[in-house]
Ligand binder design. Sequence first.
Ligand code: ASP
Length: 345
Amino acid sequence: MKNESSVLLIFTGGTISMGENPATQSLSPLDSAQVLSFIPELKMLRVNISSVSFNPLIDSSDIQPASWVRIAEIIRGHYDSYDGFVVLHGTDTMAYSASALSFMLENLTKPVIFTGSQLPVGVLRSDAKENLITAIELAAARNEDGEAMVPEVCLFFEDKLMRGNRSTKRNTEAFNAFASFNYPELAKTGVHIRYASSYIHHEKTKQSFSIQKKLDTNIAILKIFPGITEATVKAILSITGLRAVVLESFGAGNAPRVEWLFKLLKNANDKGIVIVNVTQCRSGSVEMGRYETSINLQKAGVVSGYDMTLEATVTKLMYLLGQTNNVKEIRTQISIPLRGEITID
Ligand code: ASP
């Protein structure tokens, strides 16, 4: 086994890459060398660290599917030269990016760890240092056989390593900003790093690593609320070019039993629009048919997203729509786990 692992840092932007201008006290992006100069402790890690950077660095609210393609291409371009990858990213859309990459990176056998911070790296009390140092340790970690400890797309924040496509930003303030509501953490960090080995996926395929770059964004999110009008639902379902809808329903996958809703959904479904039911609750799963208020959805052809996060559902749809025009196939694939994003008992 090699002594030192090598890790590639991919700087995309976000608060972690920002510093406070002492003159104006406002935050502005630093370059990757400046960010690293705030963390001299990195030299203490027995890891070979290199970096590549988006230019310019971006606030993650400006992340687009093209940015995910860029991250995927960087990983593919350096895949054989590194043991792991750390993506420095703004927190706002980090869960979307981690979810998207989990689908786009196929036959992954190396760690890809997203991290960021709530306070800029150059600010006293910043959480950037700990998050980045630990993310690098996690990306570099290998077992006695030399295999990666966490060969998945993950998100590390504060003290939790989560499966990327199970993570959600839950707090705009706390250092503990992310949670994985429906799947156990893959590792917990404290004095020691404790891996939850039985929850970590190890890819068994012999096929080589590849990336999938075609993403289709013709998707809408339809959040149900008491009082939602027929005109609103109709307007959303008649968007030109619409191919899929994420229906955010109540509780275990329920919606009002009004006839117009059933008809609009059925009509959209018959036209080939894929409608996926996910719950507005943070924890738990859609269970269509459990209540009478979800039977109409089933009858209309709506498919279950079970316990998928919104971020995973949106990005999985983009990925599936990019792969095929076969609506039946997309409806099947959306309801089965491709990268551990769904729990099916
Ligand atoms: N707006 C910032 C971003 O997502 C917030 C952060 O990084 O925490 O890029």
